[in-house]
Design a protein. Structure first.
Length: 517
C-alpha cells in the first residue's frame, strides 16, 4: 500500500500522481460525451429528419439536463456514496446510454439520452471534486492543476468528433455512437485501475459506512441510490421527448436552488457568506458565457454544414476545433499562471472572467464578419470559422478552468460538491438559453428575422454587410446565412459588453473573495 508521501509525489508537471489518473479518466469520458454530441444535431436533422427547431429543442433539453443532474449527484456523493462510487455509477450509466444509441428507434433514442443525463449527474461533479482534494486551498499549483485536468476534457473533445464523425459517415451513424460508448468504457477502466493501485489514498471514499449500509425498503441506502438512478431514466426520457416543457423545469429548479442556497447561506460563517455571493456572481457570468458559447454543437454545426466552405473536415468534425486549440494552449496557460504569480502579475479571477467574456464575444463577431467574404453559393471562408473558434477558446481558458478551481476554493468545506453542482447549473441554464438563441437561426419561409429590426438590424448590417432584404433577394442560401450571422453579431456584442462590465466590477468582487485570487 502506498503511503501519503508517495500518493502526493509529483509525476505530471510537478502535480500529484492522482491527477494523472483523473486526467485520463476524464479524457475518455469526455471522448464519449463529445463524440456523441458532435453527431447528435446532424443525426436528428439528416437521419431522423427532425426539423431544425425540434432538433435544437431536443439538443438543448438533453444538454441542459446533463448539467442539472450534477447538482443532485454532487449532494448524494457528499452525504452517501462518496466520490469514487459516484464516478463509477455515472460511468456505467453513460456507457449504457452510448451503446443504446446504436439502435435506431425513438424509444431507444430517448432512453439513451436519459441514461447519459443520469450518468453525468454522478460522474461530472465528483471527478472535479476529487481533483480538488489533491490540493490544499493555499497550493499555488491549484489553478495550474485544474487547467491540466481541463486539458484532459478537451483532448477527448478534440479527438472524439474527428473519429466518431469519420466512423459515422463511413460506416453508419450507430457505429459512431458505439465508438463513443467504447471511450466511456476505457475511462471507467482507467479510473478503476487508479483505485486498485491506491493512488487516491483515503480520498473519495464513502463518507459514512453506517449511513451507506443502513437499509431502506429492504435495500442498503447505497444500493437504493443505484436503483433510483435507473428509475429516473423514464422521467428524463419524457422531458427530452417533450422538450417544450423545459421552461417549467427551469422555474422548478430555480425555486429549489434558491431554497437550498438559502439554507447553505444560513448555516455558514460571515466570511463564507461573502465568498458564497461570489460563487453566485461567477455562476451568473458563466451562464451568459455558455449560452453564447454552446452554439457549437447546434447552430454552429449547421452553419458549418450549410454556409462554410469546409476543407479537409466535415461539419460534425468542426466540433473538434475548440478542443484542438485547448490541447495546444492548455499547457502553456497552466504554466503561465504560476509564472505570473511569481512575478506578482497574475490577474485575479474576477478579471479573468471579464477577459473570457470579452474574447468569447469577439470570437462570435468574427463568425459574423465572415459574411463580408461570402461567395456566390452563400458560403463563407473556413478561415473565419477557425479564427473565431481560436479566439473564443482563449476566452474559455480564461474562464472555465479558473472558475472550476475557484468553486472548490470559495465553497464551504462541507458543501464542496453541492457548490460544484451549482457551478454546473450554469451549464444547465446556459444550454437552455443557448437553445433559445439557436432557434433564432432557423428560417421559415416569409418570416422576418427578429434581429433585422430597429437597432439590432443596424448592428447586423454594420458587422456583416448584409441586410434582411438583400439576403432574401439573393436566395434561400443567403437568407439562411443571414439568420446565422445576425445572431452571432448581436450576441457576440452582448457578451463583449458584459465582459466590460465584469472588468469594471472586478475590484469589488476581489474584496468579497477574502484573500482568494
Amino acid at each position: 500500500m502506498k503511503n501519503e508521501t508517495e500518493i502526493a509525489s509529483p509525476t505530471l508537471l510537478g502535480h500529484p500522481k492522482g491527477l494523472t489518473y483523473l486526467f485520463f479518466a476524464e479524457l475518455w469520458e469526455r471522448f464519449s460525451f463529445y463524440g456523441m454530441r458532435a453527431l447528435l444535431t446532424l443525426y436528428m436533422t439528416k437521419q431522423l429528419l427532425y426539423s431544425d427547431s425540434r432538433s435544437f429543442g431536443v439538443y438543448a433539453t438533453y444538454m441542459s439536463l446533463a448539467y442539472l443532474t450534477p447538482l443532485i449527484g454532487g449532494m448524494l456523493a457528499e452525504k452517501l456514496l462518496g466520490y469514487r462510487k459516484s464516478i463509477l455509477l455515472g460511468g456505467v450509466l453513460m456507457m449504457c446510454g452510448h451503446f443504446l444509441l446504436s439502435i435506431e428507434h425513438p424509444v431507444f433514442f430517448y432512453t439513451a439520452l436519459a441514461l447519459i443525463i443520469a450518468g453525468c449527474g454522478f460522474f461530472k461533479p465528483n471527478i472535479s471534486s476529487l481533483v480538488g482534494t489533491l490540493y490544499t486551498k493555499e497550493d499555488i499549483r491549484r489553478d495550474s492543476g485544474f487547467t491540466i485536468f481541463y486539458l484532459g476534457i478537451n483532448v477527448g473533445s478534440a479527438v472524439a468528433p474527428l473519429l466518431c464523425a469519420w466512423i459515422a459517415i463511413t460506416y453508419g451513424w450507430h457505429y459512431g455512437f458505439m465508438l463513443a460508448g467504447i471511450g466511456m468504457g476505457l475511462g471507467l477502466l482507467f479510473f478503476y485501475r487508479g483505485i486498485q493501485k491506491n493512488i487516491f489514498g483515503d480520498k473519495g471514499k464513502v463518507p459514512d459506512e453506517v449511513v451507506f449500509n443502513k437499509k431502506t425498503f429492504g435495500l442498503k441506502n447505497g444500493n437504493l441510490v443505484t436503483v433510483l438512478a435507473f428509475l429516473s431514466v423514464p422521467f428524463f426520457a419524457f422531458l427530452t421527448w417533450n422538450y417544450q416543457y423545459q421552461g417549467y423545469l427551469i422555474w422548478i429548479v430555480s425555486i429549489l436552488v434558491i431554497i437550498l442556497l438559502s439554507y447553505v447561506y444560513a448555516t455558514v460563517s460571515a466570511l463564507e457568506k461573502r465568498r458564497l455571493s461570489v460563487v453566485i456572481y461567477f455562476t451568473i457570468l458563466t451562464t451568459v458565457f455558455w449560452a453564447v458559447f454552446e452554439q457549437g454543437g447546434s447552430s454552429l454545426t449547421l452553419f458549418a454544414d450549410r454556409n462554410v466552405n469546409l476543407t479537409g473536415i466535415n461539419a460534425a468534425q468542426t466540433n473538434s476545433i475548440n478542443g484542438a486549440f485547448i490541447m495546444l494552449l492548455a499547457i502553456p496557460f497552466s504554466l503561465l499562471w504560476p509564472f505570473l504569480g511569481r512575478k506578482k502579475l497574475n490577474p485575479g479571477s474576477a478579471i479573468k472572467f471579464g477577459i473570457g467574456l470579452l474574447l468569447l464575444g469577439l470570437g462570435f463577431v468574427v463568425f459574423a464578419l465572415s459574411a463580408r467574404s461570402v461567395d456566390a453559393f452563400a458560403r463563407t471562408p473556413m478561415l473565419f470559422l477557425v479564427a473565431g473558434y481560436f479566439i473564443q477558446t482563449v476566452g474559455e481558458l480564461f474562464l472555465s478552468p479558473i472558475g472550476l478551481s475557484k468553486m472548490t476554493e470559495l465553497s464551504p468545506a462541507r458543501y464542496t460538491s453541492f457548490i460544484l453542482g451549482i457551478w454546473f447549473l450554469a451549464q444547465f441554464y446556459g444550454q437552455f438559453f443557448a437553445g433559445k438563441i439557436a432557434l433564432l437561426t432557423s428560417v421559415s419561409p416569409g418570416e422576418t428575422n427578429i434581429l433585422s429590426k430597429c437597432f439590432s438590424g443596424e448592428i447586423v448590417t454594420a458587422v456583416t454587410g448584409l441586410t434582411q432584404q438583400a439576403a432574401e433577394k439573393a436566395g434561400s442560401g443567403f437568407q439562411q446565412l443571414y439568420s446565422y450571422v445576425s445572431v452571432y453579431a448581436v450576441f457576440g456584442l452582448i457578451a463583449m459588453s458584459i465582459g466590460v462590465l465584469a472588468l469594471i466590477l472586478a475590484p469589488i468582487i476581489k474584496k468579497r473573495m477574502e484573500g482568494i485570487r
